[in-house]
Design a protein around this ligand. Structure first.
Ligand SMILES: Cc1cc2nc3c(=O)[nH]c(=O)nc-3n(C[C@H](O)[C@H](O)[C@H](O)COP(=O)(O)O)c2cc1C
Length: 186
């Protein structure tokens, strides 16, 4: 895919289906992540990949978080939480592994992990795959953070859902750069 087409036309796909991306495709996706801008070469990135039956590990964490919030939670809510990771063949948790008390501020390390996630979306799109970045309350939930082994200062920047597109592309809204850019020329 031509680079400018990728940059201007990337879009998310919420409905994803099998097959899972191949090992080679996943390798490209991770290599793209590792090219994220990185102040101080801290490599403040950590990825946990859930696929196949492994997705139930994540679903169990989500359901555990719901139960922690409300011990009386309904079976329906628990089942919904459990099935969230099944919305795609592969789900990757993208984590900013933040080094505290470092001259590179926390926000720059978290942004770097966000850039890594964005690069992964592009690498998926460029390979004809579908992808969607999701967070929600569960991404910030202490139960989920603990189960994933996050350190106190780590940030779970999101879950990338990856697979093959179950639907076609949608028509993108055309935004005008002029609405967002202030030009100072003199
Ligand atoms: C940090 C972050 C978290 C997001 N979390 C969610 C989410 O939990 N649920 C959701 O529907 N979209 C979420 N989105 C938005 C989608 O990933 C997507 O960007 C949006 O639907 C617009 O589609 P597009 O990427 O094709 O423009 C999130 C985006 C970002 C950057």
């Amino acid at each position: 895919m031509e680079a400018m087409t990728l940059l201007l036309d990337r879009q998310s796909h919420g409905r994803l289906e099998e097959p899972a991306p191949s090992t080679e495709q996943m390798d490209v996706i991770y290599r793209a992540a590792l090219r994220a801008p990185d102040h101080g070469e801290l490599r403040p990135w950590r990825f946990i990949e859930y696929s196949g039956e492994g997705r139930s590990t994540l679903g169990t964490m989500f359901a555990g978080a719901e139960r922690e919030d409300n011990p009386e939670v309904s079976d329906k809510t628990l089942e919904k939480a459990r099935s969230k990771p099944l919305r795609a063949p592969v789900v990757i948790a993208v984590i900013a592994a933040v080094r505290v008390n470092h001259k590179v501020p926390r926000i720059e390390q978290v942004i770097s992990a966000g850039c890594a996630a964005h690069a992964m979306l592009y690498a998926a799109h460029a390979q004809g795959l579908g992808a969607m970045w999701r967070t929600g309350d569960l991404a910030r939930h202490q139960h989920v953070r603990q189960a994933m082994g996050l350190e106190q200062d780590d940030e779970l920047v999101g879950f990338l859902y990856l697979g093959h597109c179950a639907t076609g592309d949608r028509t993108l809204k055309s935004l005008d750069p002029g609405d967002f850019v202030e030009r100072i020329k003199a």
